[in-house]
Write a protein that binds this ligand. Structure first.
Ligand code: NAD
Length: 292
């Protein structure tokens, strides 16, 4: 049985946060305190957990952190006004509106309202364009940026590799594919999605397989080429009566059967998840540096 390299997001994220701590101290010495505002509309339980960890991490690093919790009935216009106020607030360098908002909110319009210079999620069209153009002044979405950092520090060579990304969302799949195909990474990339034909055959081509779907344990052993690197972005809550919470977290990859085939794999939890928050802190520092 092969034992794969486990890509430990917790320890890599801790190292990224150490770098962030040092950079925060430098900015503080120049009189700049990095500031991140996180806006949560409604009470989605998973979103509350994410927002809690983001604001906690800000506090640990010495950022100015603002958590704005709005009721689920908040109107589109009220939310846009909150964003405009944050755009105008000089103490705030990064603005994030936690996804998904309630159904009556037009998320796209909210993203467009965020000042692109404060869009630390990297979802504003201006930042999407900068990602396509490989312009480093833009913000790269945190989850794919975290996946790339994990690959980089783990010494995984992407150059010339055949990469398959399952999922085409603007949050994970598309930006991940763009980062892999960039002139820095030089992978050959296929994006697969819900309408792709014979997904297992497409995945079997991959030297690097990224799963960002949201379907527990969808990727099975016979989808994976022996020796592949597997990055599991999925975070799925699966009912589990033996847990106090009533659920357990699982990825999009059937870890137990896939891991022995891989050269490297991310666990869930403890793989990509911690990297996302670390990269958000990095993006906020970039915003603070660029805005001054
Ligand atoms: P999404 O729902 O926006 O996109 C899912 C994508 O999967 C779509 O592009 C769709 O075409 C594709 N898809 C759906 N069913 C499919 C199928 N049967 N076969 C092939 N493709 C299929 O989701 P998202 O926001 O991109 O998130 C994906 C997963 O990643 C979720 O589990 C989410 O919780 C997780 N996630 C994790 C982090 C993290 O920090 N680790 C961050 C963001 C999202």
């Amino acid at each position: 049985m092969n034992s794969p390299q486990i890509l430990d997001g917790k320890s890599v994220a801790a190292a990224v946060l150490d770098e962030c701590r040092a950079e925060t101290a430098e900015l503080l010495a120049k009189g700049i305190q990095p500031g991140l505002a996180v806006v949560l509309v409604g009470s989605d339980p998973a979103s509350q957990v994410y927002v809690g960890s983001k604001t906690r991490t800000c506090a640990e690093l010495g950022f100015h952190s603002l958590k704005i919790e709005l009721p689920a009935e908040t109107t589109q216009e009220e939310l846009l006004q909150v964003v405009r106020d944050l755009n105008a607030d000089p103490a705030i360098h990064g603005i994030l509106v936690q996804s998904p908002p309630p159904k009556h909110i037009d998320e796209e319009a909210v993203i467009r309202e965020i000042d692109p210079r404060k869009d630390v999620d990297g979802f504003h069209p201006e930042n999407v364009a900068k990602l396509v153009l490989e312009d480093p002044s833009g913000f790269v979405p945190c989850t794919p940026a975290g996946c790339m950092k994990l690959l980089e520090v783990s010494g995984i060579n992407t150059h010339g590799a055949e990469a398959v990304v399952i999922g085409r969302s603007m949050i994970v799949g598309k930006p991940m594919a763009l980062l892999l195909v960039s002139k820095i990474s030089n992978a050959t990339v296929t994006i697969a999605h819900s309408r792709s034909k014979d997904l297992p055959a497409i995945c079997r081509r991959a030297d690097i397989l990224v799963a960002a779907v949201g379907r527990p344990e969808m990727v099975r052993a016979d989808w994976v080429k022996p020796g592949a690197v597997v990055i599991d972005v999925g975070i799925n809550r699966v009912p589990d009566a033996s847990k106090k919470s009533g659920f357990r977290l699982t990825g999009d990859v059937a870890y137990q059967e896939v891991a022995p085939l891989c050269s490297a794999i991310t666990p869930v939890p403890g793989g990509v998840g911690p990297m996302t928050i670390a990269m958000l802190m990095k993006n906020t520092l970039q915003a603070a540096r660029q805005l001054g």
